[in-house]
Design a protein around this ligand. Structure first.
Ligand code: NA7
Length: 545
């Protein structure tokens, strides 16, 4: 039976229903999309795999999980009341606090009633005849919708390496973003962690406190800066609450969508060695990622970049007592900042503990998982718990996990076989009325996600309101606009040092994934201006029919 749904009317989990908009995902992107579209008078259904809101912050509940942007900045700006009433307890909120925040937002804006939890979208298919999308879920729902908004997150498809023998492991193993909600008791146990990206770097110091012995299996060392997390400074909170408009305006036009701008508009090479060291030392003391914004050419000039990289290398040598371990922890083969910079609490110091061993799996690769532990080419490590901090099939993974089929039976998987192609990272030609929040080709993962999410959701909601007001049924980018945007995204990346690292930005962490630099490196402020110009020119590059 086909049932027409009006705004706000709840739907039974298995009914066949039609909506104005279906949103996939109830993380920060999906929640705000629901709020905006409901305000615009649309009937909206959100489909979410988890049992509650929060997205990334629901799934990533591993020990030590914490946001790497200051919480005051990593928060919604759309509601002045919300900004005033919410108080962050820590400068960089831990996962539990972020989840509390997400839940508060959902309660405050009465979002739960339009979200169907514990349901995964398996396919979405466009019908030109009906001019609608059909969404199918793993619970057997069939839902039709005019607009389809993919708010699936950039880092939600987990990457568990295909190690031989994993199934035989007699202990317990966990990917960090599927960490058991009841926690994992590692007290006194032999624990192995594979992976030293942001996640490993956050989890390792916490696991080391309780583990009997912790083995860290590192393939590539990462640059990490101290976050210097602390309880919220009441003075800072007062300042933000008094000047939120100003702080948000700054973030929206900044390169990274955050509140750390460029600290000096001069080259790192234009000052004396002593002055440069003093500047980096001060940034290290304050903490956070501002060391990378100390000068205007760290991201683009190899020599300037090397000064910052070398400063961090010297810090590692200073902190880590064993010179061989310090050397292994020292990144040498890619510029600093070309992989997501890590922020830590006591990461390098952890290697001074007697119960922590660093294993270099680049020179001594992992061969197999055995019932008792992990075997490298040189040694067998007996383990009780194995932790995979091995990251994600980033950006495209969550979209391609579903069967997404556009006009004329075009599968998104086929269209993107050689890498993602989008216009502005928000739509892709051949998929009318399907929008992506922070999709590939937008600043997304190179930015403060909440700033980019709000900008995209506003763009999408405004476009839908424009369509409805102008009587147009659908919007879709032209192939020409898409081609030139893809070319532009590449050109901009080529002006930076990003492609010098084998990062997940490039898809390099997933065997067989096409190597395409996926996010837009032109900066959040610049990108916002591009989007505003597109709209001012009547949705330039889009076909509205
Ligand atoms: P990342 O940054 O992708 O890190 C994954 C880590 O796992 C990295 O050190 C990888 O080494 C390592 N890895 C992956 N596969 C293997 C295999 N097969 N063998 C050994 N080591 C492996 O993921 P995170 O979860 O840490 O961070 C993702 C983002 O979340 C982060 O950037 C923040 O934005 C939040 P590699 O470097 O590939 O040699």
């Amino acid at each position: 039976m086909l049932k027409t749904q009006s705004a706000g009317e709840p739907a039974a989990a298995t009914s066949v229903a039609q909506y104005d908009a279906v949103v996939v995902g109830a993380g920060f992107a999906g929640m705000y999309t629901l709020h905006r579209l409901r305000q615009a008078g649309l009937s909206v259904r959100v489909i979410e795999a988890a049992p509650q809101v929060g997205g990334t912050w629901f799934w990533n509940c591993y020990p030590g999980a914490r946001v790497d942007v200051e919480s005051l900045s990593y928060s919604y700006s759309f509601s002045p009341e919300l900004q005033q009433e919410w108080s962050w307890k820590q400068a960089y909120a831990p996962q539990a606090e972020l989840l509390e925040y997400a839940d508060h937002v959902a309660q405050r804006f009465d979002l739960h009633r339009d979200i169907q939890f514990e349901t995964r979208v398996v396919s979405t298919t466009y019908s030109a005849e009906l001019d609608r999308w059909t969404v199918r879920t793993d619970r057997g729902d069939r839902i039709t919708t005019t607009y389809l908004i993919m708010a699936v997150g950039c880092l939600s498809a987990t990457n568990v390496p295909d190690f031989p023998g994993l199934g035989s492991f007699a202990g317990s193993w966990h990917h960090t973003s599927r960490w058991p909600r009841e926690g994992v008791d590692v007290t006194g146990k032999r624990v192995g962690v594979v992976g030293t990206g942001s996640t490993g770097i956050q989890a390792i110091p916490v696991l080391a406190e309780d583990a009997g012995h912790l083995y860290v299996f590192q393939r590539t060392p990462n640059y990490s800066l101290p976050s210097k997390n602390s309880p919220m400074d009441p003075e800072r909170e007062r300042d933000w609450k008094a000047n939120y408009d100003e702080h948000r305006a700054f973030a929206r036009m900044s390169p990274t969508g955050s509140n750390i701008g460029l600290l000096r508009d001069i080259s790192a090479l234009s000052v004396s060695d002593a002055e440069r060291s003093r500047i980096y030392e001060e940034a290290w003391r304050i903490g956070g990622s501002q060391l990378l914004r100390s000068f205007n050419d760290i991201a683009v000039d190899p020599e300037a970049n090397e000064t910052a990289a070398e400063f961090v290398r010297a810090k590692i040598r200073q902190i880590v007592r064993d010179p061989d371990t310090a050397e292994l922890l020292t990144p040498r083969d890619y510029p600093i900042g070309t992989k997501r910079i890590c922020l830590d609490t006591g990461y390098y110091e952890t290697y001074n503990r007697d119960n922590v061993t660093l294993v270099d799996v680049r020179s001594d690769p992992i061969e197999e998982i055995t019932p008792q532990g992990l075997r490298t080419s040189a040694e067998h490590y007996p383990l009780d718990v194995l932790v995979f901090a091995t990251g994600f099939d980033a950006m495209t993974g969550p979209l391609l996990e579903m069967e997404v089929t556009g006009r004329d039976g075009l599968a998104l998987r086929d269209k993107w076989a050689a890498g993602p192609r989008t216009y502005l990272g928000v739509m892709t030609a051949g998929f009318p009325n399907m929008f992506m929040v922070t999709g590939p080709g937008s600043p997304s993962v190179l930015s403060n996600m909440t700033t980019s999410i709000e900008q995209h959701v506003d763009f999408i909601a405004d476009a839908i309101e424009h369509l409805r007001a102008s009587g147009a049924a659908r919007i879709e980018p032209t192939v020409e606009a898409e081609d030139s945007w893809v070319e532009h995204v590449n050109e901009v990346a080529d002006r930076t040092l990003y492609k010098r690292a084998n990062s997940w930005y490039l898809g390099a962490n997933i065997p067989g994934k096409p190597r395409i630099f996926m996010p837009y490196a032109g900066g959040v402020g610049t990108y916002r201006q591009v989007c505003e110009t597109v709209v001012a020119k009547g949705y330039d590059g889009f076909a509205l029919q």
